[in-house]
Design a protein around this ligand. Sequence first.
Ligand code: BTN
Length: 242
Amino acid sequence: QHVHYYTEIDSTQNRCQELAKEGAPEGTLVVADTQTGGKGRLGRVWHSPPGTSISMSLLLRPQLELQRCPQLTLLAAVAIVEAIRAIYEIPAEIKWPNDVLIDGKKICGILTELNAEADRINWLIIGMGINVNTLPEQFPEDVLGVATSLRIVKGEPLRRVPLIQEVLRRLEELYDLYVAEGFAQVRKRWEACAITIGKRVTIRTLHGSFTGVAEGIDDSGVLLVRKDDGELTNVYAADVEV
Ligand code: BTN
């Protein structure tokens, strides 16, 4: 009874927020066939034409401090990559922090929104948008070169429900593991899915850019980059070019 399905909605994220405010329980899921006002990160627009994608938002109520929120976003990316690898045998990868790529093109984006009181998470909503059956002509011109879909990669239309089930099953398993044992195991699995680790990267932040080698993530999800001058730096927010 915790699944709310809509054929069309402005944004599953907004609907899930309303439900959270009304006291909906952890595990509440909002799924829509199409969104008219899909939200991406950094105020961007997220496109999900009818029949093409998975648009869903999951409500969690972890008893955690605010600063552990990035770990949960990383956890969702692991669930999605592992599900795509398991079902379709496609080598999907994570680009830090949580874009899912195939052949260097984006197949899925994750947007996390939260509400906290006195440094503790009250609720947290993980919004996931996966391009399943999107055809090249359905991508807006500005994202065509950097986006792809499972259908484009596999060469055939795919069913969405099995993928939703597999992602949620893995998310639940990872979340239980995380709550019981902390971030260490999730971090290992994230690193096994990540394209970024061990590679030369260009980091672009608001304050400028630099190059180096991505060595891993720390326990809070911060990217550790060994700069060309040998210094190890923490990257909190940036665009990463691999
Ligand atoms: C990104 O910018 O990469 C994040 C995109 C997140 C899109 C999903 S689709 C389901 C949920 N509802 C929204 O409005 N956005 C997220």
